[in-house]
Design a protein around this ligand. Structure first.
Ligand code: HXC
Length: 257
């Protein structure tokens, strides 16, 4: 049983993972990262789970890597630090991951947000990469994913200056997809997850992969990937079901085949 997470099944096909280290504003220590990586791995393997929502508390989604733990560890051997593998595993989650963010999402917390595919932010959310204040730089994708999300000038301002931005700014910059009242953040994220959970699972998985390719690949390669994925789905039972349901004017019943 994870001790730094609360894991719930609020709806068919949907997992809700709540980061729960309230004494440290959900700072991401090794134990929490390991539990999160394991939980996401299990969700990836479970065909019943179609989408995952990740959230924190009202005060903090996550205030970054655990600075006290960082103080104890030597830099020597950092590349085989288990946290590196946990981060890679979290970032490689293949199913839709929706972040519901209230309060602080700083450092590793902001990087965790950027591992999510869809981000619903409460109006009180704050996003930042304050690592520069500690004499370091973001180490879990914060330079790479932030620049791709918000563009160069704002990424530079946040990473070099350590400035945080509020939810409205994050929306305008492209770091989040929607802003809600803080009380409604998780509810709205769950609504989005429930809607996705009802779609054809293979199409959802390939669509996520294709969209992520757009960040990593040149256009011609990305278009080739999209065409292959489109062709692959043409042979699925769910594609036939989707089209038949449309013609018969009824909801589709997708089975992941
Ligand atoms: C460990 C943390 C923590 C953190 C907060 N706490 N953030 N502990 N690691 N990242 C602890 C505080 O020490 C305190 O514990 C308790 O949580 C409540 O925090 P306060 O500071 O009292 O709250 P507040 O005054 O409201 O300020 C909130 C805050 C501030 C602005 C978020 O806590 C803050 O600046 N935190 C650090 C943010 C940060 O620098 N993040 C980047 C980390 S580096 P006690 O025991 O005193 O009550 C990083 C690198 C990623 O993320 C690399 C990935 C590979």
């Amino acid at each position: 049983m994870p001790s730094n997470l609360i894991v719930q099944a609020p709806a068919d096909g949907v997992r809700l993972i709540t980061l729960h280290r309230p004494q440290a504003l959900n700072a991401l220590n090794t134990a929490l990262l390991e539990e999160l990586a394991a939980e996401l791995h299990a969700a990836d393997q479970d065909p019943q789970i179609r989408a995952v929502v990740i959230t924190g508390s009202r005060k903090a989604f996550a205030a970054g890597a655990d600075i006290n733990e960082m103080a104890e560890r030597d830099l020597v051997g950092i590349l085989d630090d288990p946290r590196v593998a946990h981060w890679q595993s979290i970032a490689g989650f293949g199913k839709p991951l929706i972040a519901a963010v209230n309060g602080f999402a700083l450092g590793g917390g902001c990087e965790l947000v950027m591992c999510a595919d869809i981000v619903i932010a409460g109006s009180d959310a704050r996003f930042g990469q304050p690592e520069i204040n500690l004499g370091i730089l973001p180490g879990a994708g914060g330079t790479q994913r932030l620049l791709r999300a918000v563009g160069k000038p704002l990424a530079m301002q946040m990473v070099l200056g350590g400035e945080a931005i509020d939810a409205r700014h994050a929306l305008q910059a492209g770091l989040v997809s929607e802003v809600t009242e803080p009380e409604l953040t998780v509810e709205r994220a769950l609504q989005v997850a429930v809607a996705i959970a009802a779609k054809a699972p293979l199409a959802v998985r390939l669509a996520k992969e294709a969209l992520l390719k757009a960040q990593d690949m040149d256009l011609a390669s990305g278009l080739r990937f999209e065409r292959h994925a489109f062709t692959l789905l043409a042979g699925t039972a769910d594609r036939n079901e989707g089209i038949r349901a449309f013609q018969e004017k009824r909801p589709a019943r997708f089975q992941g085949l």
